[in-house]
Design a protein around this ligand. Sequence first.
Ligand SMILES: [Zn+2]
Length: 192
Amino acid sequence: MRKIIQKQSGVAFRLKKGQFLKVIDPEGEQVSDMVVFNSKDIKEKISSGKTFDFEESILLTKNNFLWSNRSRKMMAIIDDTNGRNDFLLAPCSPETFEIMYDYSGYHPSCFENLSTNLKPFGIEPDDIPTAFNIFMNVTFDEEGKLAVKPPTSQANDYVEFKALMDVIVSLTACSAEDSNNGTFKPIHFEIR
Ligand SMILES: [Zn+2]
């Protein structure tokens, strides 16, 4: 059954080992930040550094794995119809909008949406790692200069994961203007 994450919001839920999670961009050009924790021990969580180590790439797509801070495989990426995701940048937070957008006042953020939804699972804001940013299009040049470009995802592109342990997953529909080509859209997901 398809579930909807409204624009600029988030969800958190459990996945059993062996279950599949499909994250869908229903309209195109919309990022979804994902963090994953071991549901039996929330100190184990996805690690961008360990994933880059073991996958020997910073661009992760079909047939790659997301590894934990304890060097264990947490999620397998079994399908990816778009093929461009990011694991370099941290979730957008209230400070992102102050520092990078020169924005004052309240602005929804992935960090707030992840923290709020993970709170009932006993996960504190400081425990949130660098997210796996589904559909996020971050480019880099030879000098290491980074740029956030519009996602290449089109309507109904999806990434499908298989849980390799029992996990808690939090997903957002990202709230950062630059990551989503200026507009905010929902994200859909399915668990089977
Ligand atoms: Zn975001």
